[in-house]
Design a protein around this ligand. Structure first.
Ligand SMILES: Cc1ncc(COP(=O)(O)O)c(C=O)c1O
Length: 323
């Protein structure tokens, strides 16, 4: 199966209609489609949303809102460098937490240890591969108990849920990416979800140079109306894309790959990746082949992150991809 973008070809006409409307109405930014995309995502994810031009813009807004400058932040080493780099750019210092081998996500045991060692202001958790981190409940409870801010990096987690609860709703906020390879994409784009109304207000100012009283020192992280219209079409199609991927996995892949990430009861993966623990022919490669602590050196070891980098592979699974 070759890579295909998570986009339903039959949605082209609808998309062109919306783009035509944008051209006719002469409003290419800060118009009704950015608002509509937010409304649709709010309904889908069951939490208020603010759209950005990228995950990175939303991440910076949240990190600045929670005041990580000069503070320690923990994040998993098994993630994309975007996660620790966001902290460094926001003026925080980063320390890494190991992952579990079975879900590739943050280890609660190592988090507990690192919380005592580093006394962090904030923790980033990452839902790697499109499923919810298996230890999210315990991690969210620990963060609450210790008054640590918890952000969820949902860049892989479109459509992921556990007993109906969507990614991004365990912590203080969650941030999705709509980059070109994601389960659904708008080419570029990001969205932040949170129930914190002060953070929502801060984000709306942060993405728009702090308009209109300029008390928030943001820059331009606005999403164009064309991108937002695509986001609307994609959000309407997300359930179908996730169902298709789940059905394909259970019909065509699960029996072939018994040594794979297996989800706990009630969990639905958006299947950004289909992850197995044996080398396979025609793999699309690794989620990440180098954990972040290999780029940002630390004087502690993260055995599971190193193990995972060497011992997992991804089976191609793309929405209506050529077979
Ligand atoms: C785990 C993770 N976090 C953050 C990002 C950054 O998203 P963006 O490129 O939209 O800024 C990505 C991927 O692109 C990612 O995979």
């Amino acid at each position: 199966m070759r890579f295909t973008i998570g986009f339903e070809k039959n949605d082209k006409e609808k998309l062109f209609e919306l783009w035509n409307d944008i051209i006719i109405n002469q409003q290419w930014s800060e118009g009704k489609y950015a608002k509509l995309f937010e409304e649709k995502w709010t309904a889908y994810n069951n939490s208020p949303s603010v759209v950005f031009s990228s995950w990175a813009g939303a991440a910076l807004a949240a990190l600045e809102f929670y005041g990580v400058k000069g503070q320690t932040v923990l994040c998993p080493s098994n993630t994309f460098m975007a996660t620790p780099l966001s902290v460094i750019k926001a003026g925080g210092s980063i320390e890494f937490v190991d992952c579990n081998r079975h879900d590739l996500c943050m280890s609660f045991a190592d988090l507990k240890y690192k919380v005592e060692q580093f006394k962090p202001k904030l923790v980033w958790i990452v839902h790697i591969g499109g499923h919810i981190a298996f230890e999210i409940e315990k991690i969210a409870n620990l963060c609450k108990e210790k008054s640590i801010v918890l952000l969820e990096d949902c860049a892989h987690a479109h459509g992921a849920s556990w007993n109906g609860k969507k990614a991004g709703t365990w912590g203080d906020a969650g941030i999705y990416s709509f980059y070109a390879t994601k389960t659904i994409s708008t080419g570029e784009g990001g969205i932040l979800v949170t129930n914190n109304s002060s953070l929502l207000d801060f984000c709306r100012q942060y993405r728009n140079y702090g308009k209109f009283d300029y008390q928030v020192e943001g820059l331009n992280y606005r999403m164009s109306e064309f991108t937002a219209a695509l986001g609307c079409v994609q959000t309407d199609r997300l359930d179908e894309i996730v169902s298709w991927k789940n059905e394909y996995a259970s019909k065509h892949l699960d029996a072939q790959f018994p040594n794979r990430v297996k989800f706990p009861s009630g969990m639905i993966s958006g299947y950004y990746k289909y992850i197995v623990f044996d080398p396979i022919e025609k793999s699309t490669g690794k989620v990440y082949d180098q954990p972040c602590h290999r780029f940002i050196k630390k004087n502690y070891v993260l055995h599971n992150s190193d193990w995972v980098a060497k011992n997992h592979w991804c089976v191609p699974l793309y929405y209506k991809g050529d077979i």
